[in-house]
Write a protein that binds this ligand. Structure first.
Ligand SMILES: NC(=O)c1ccc[n+]([C@@H]2O[C@H](COP(=O)([O-])OP(=O)(O)OC[C@H]3O[C@@H](n4cnc5c(N)ncnc54)[C@H](OP(=O)(O)O)[C@@H]3O)[C@@H](O)[C@H]2O)c1
Length: 287
């Protein structure tokens, strides 16, 4: 880990702070936000077939003037594409929508359907260099280890819900054991920001360092080697969320923040039967 990147099991360096694009439904707004993020110094942008933001992300990347080699662009395969050959074809469609010739990281978005067929397609694209790293998202340690046991390429990343209330302390040792980087989604707590940012442990640390609650919440994860991908469409917040490398939380502050963990996901996990059942009806903006 350098000051602001971590090293993946592929040897590539991945920025510890990236930019999320979930729920940025207006393409023009998405393009503007990504351009602002790139100008503010973000070098990792996160999109997904499901978000409908691949096209505006690609457009902003192409128009930004930032050399492609400096960027780490992530997308995710939706589970309706988890069929042999279909997964591969869908990644090529993602690239076409983005106007790019490769992705730096392609993830399996949810462990539903024929995950193993999809993974073997991703392994082939990885060997061809069309995707420079492959990984998963929303995988519990059990699913992750089984995927590793029965395939060739170990995922570079597991992108999972991680924030003050859901710190993934039980999953972390497993990710470390298998050399899989943890990337936190909803690192600010998505819909529960107001409540989280008023907690005394958060406001006290923010006041002590002259930082905002958002910066404390993100710094808390990054200081543990967990990558984060906060989303915002406000330029001031976009800049604020990456400005977290000029301070360190003390051990006492880290302990107080660690104590906020409820170990309960807010968004949900793939081992919840009702969630798996409902996934039959989930739709995707793109396939
Ligand atoms: N793999 C998965 O299944 C999965 C699931 C969820 C998310 N993700 C990825 O992770 C990214 C981040 O997660 P998320 O978007 O769900 O949640 P998040 O980043 O934790 O929170 C986003 C919310 O925080 C607000 N916000 C951002 N910066 C702020 C600041 N400095 N101060 C106050 N409020 C602030 C945003 O509002 P404004 O926009 O109005 O500023 C937005 O309402 C997503 O965009 C997506 O790329 C992946």
């Amino acid at each position: 880990m350098t000051r602001n990147t971590l090293t993946l099991n592929t040897g590539a360096h991945m920025p510890l702070v990236g930019f999320g694009t979930y729920q940025v439904t207006d393409p023009a707004e998405c393009e503007r936000a990504v351009l602002t993020a790139l100008q503010a110094g973000y070098r990792l942008i996160d999109t997904a077939q499901n978000y409908g933001t691949e096209a505006p992300v690609g457009k902003a990347v192409r128009e930004s003037g930032v050399p492609r080699g400096e960027l780490s662009i992530t997308s995710k395969v939706w589970f309706r594409n988890h069929k042999a050959g279909e997964c591969c074809a869908s990644v090529l469609r993602s690239l076409e929508r983005m106007g790019l010739d490769h992705l730096d990281l392609m993830l399996i978005h949810w462990p539903f359907g024929d995950v193993y067929a999809a993974w073997r397609d991703l392994e082939a694209l990885y060997r061809e260099g069309v995707v420079r790293a492959i990984g998963v998202s929303n995988f519990g340690p059990d699913r992750l280890i089984d995927l590793i046991n029965f395939n060739t390429v170990t995922p570079a990343v597991n992108q999972i819900e991680t924030h003050l209330y859901c710190q993934q302390q039980a999953a972390r040792p497993w990710l470390q054991k298998y050399g899989v980087a943890q990337q936190a989604y909803a690192p600010l707590g998505q819909n529960r920001i107001g409540e989280m940012f008023a907690l005394p442990a958060v406001t006290a640390a923010a006041a002590a360092h002259g930082k905002t609650p958002a910066q404390v919440a993100l710094r808390f994860l990054v200081q543990q080697g967990i990558a984060v991908i906060p989303k915002s469409t406000h330029p001031d917040r976009i800049r604020e969320n990456i400005d977290i490398f000029d301070f360190s939380l003390t051990e006492a502050e880290m302990a107080a923040l660690r104590a906020l963990d409820t170990a309960k996901p807010m968004i949900g996990t793939a081992d919840q039967p009702a969630r798996v059942e409902s996934s039959k009806n989930w739709t995707s903006k793109e396939l």
